[in-house]
Design a binder for this molecule. Sequence first.
Ligand SMILES: Nc1ncnc2c1ncn2[C@@H]1O[C@H](COP(=O)(O)OP(=O)(O)O)[C@@H](O)[C@H]1O
Ligand SMILES: [Mg+2]
Length: 351
Amino acid sequence: MHTNVVHISELNKSFGVKQVLFDLSLQVGEGEMVALIGSSGSGKSTLLRHLPGLISGDGARRTGEENSVGQDLSRASLAGMARAPSLSSSHSPPHLAPLSFLSRPFSSPAASPAIPSYASTASRVEVLGRSIQCGGRLSRNVRQHRSGIGYIFQQFNLVGRMSVIGNVLLGSLGRIPRWRGVCGFFSAAERRQAFEALERVGMAKYAWRRASTLSGGQQQRVAIARALTQRAKIILADEPVASLDPESARKVMDLLAEINAQDKTTVLVSLHQVEYARRYCPRTIALKEGRIHYDGPTHVLSDMRLAGIYGAEISTIDRQRNDDADNAIDEISLKCHSGITYEFLRAASSF
Ligand SMILES: Nc1ncnc2c1ncn2[C@@H]1O[C@H](COP(=O)(O)OP(=O)(O)O)[C@@H](O)[C@H]1O
Ligand SMILES: [Mg+2]
């Protein structure tokens, strides 16, 4: 059994009036390499950005909303409490609903204890055993907690005017006094580690080049070297190969897989290309319109299920498939939808 490195429960996220993540709960165990797939706009980046606390989830759930199995959780959780009117109520226009919510007194004495406990479990995110956020509030020590979390962006996010080695050294900022980072004072050992990380990703010969002069694939490998220098225990990679040619993409995915296998670093990687999930990630989480549509072994993802995830985008999906595996395990994967946990699937697949 893996120790959980990521623990998300009941994560909801809205931008203004538009809710984009709905009641997401999931765990990722230590040393797993997990693909996060889903069509454009399904919420992959939004979900990933919650893990280091780059954004915060919604606070307590709004009443009247349903979870993924259609159960009105607000009703269950708020039992015994004066019911606030639904924000989506047809009786009041949405722009007035928050005001009516505030003006309504909680008249039932049984209501008071229910409020804090309900709010405190909403949108909870823990990474590496530390609370990142809860109830829409970032943890006070979130910056400290981020030091073990490597983040790789689709658009590389290197400082273009800085040398490659300078960018990699930024990975050690979480471990050194702030003044040293500001002044650029790095010890010989820190510089050596940065060079070793560059060697590992095959970029040592570019150490003194300006980062902006590198190709996309090279920049992404430097970003991985920065995560290595950071000694990240988990790497979150948001579509790291989406802007790369196939050869560069393969090198980047090979590196992530190697770091996962050799260092036991947990990797959660969002991918638009399902073939990379199939080749590199034993487990896949699929998002559809902000909800978890599938969470289980990648090798049982059938074309039919992918069609359900991607809809019209199915034509872009790699269609290499193993019919036997699809059929044999289809029953198990269907059960996954009805709430059986991934741990169960993992145990079942080892029989
Ligand atoms: N900062 C933002 N402000 C408003 N809407 C946003 C913001 N970020 C993302 N969204 C919306 O959230 C939804 C999910 O987006 P995103 O997480 O980027 O999806 P994906 O990464 O799967 O393509 C989209 O509808 C997008 O328009
Ligand atoms: Mg995205």
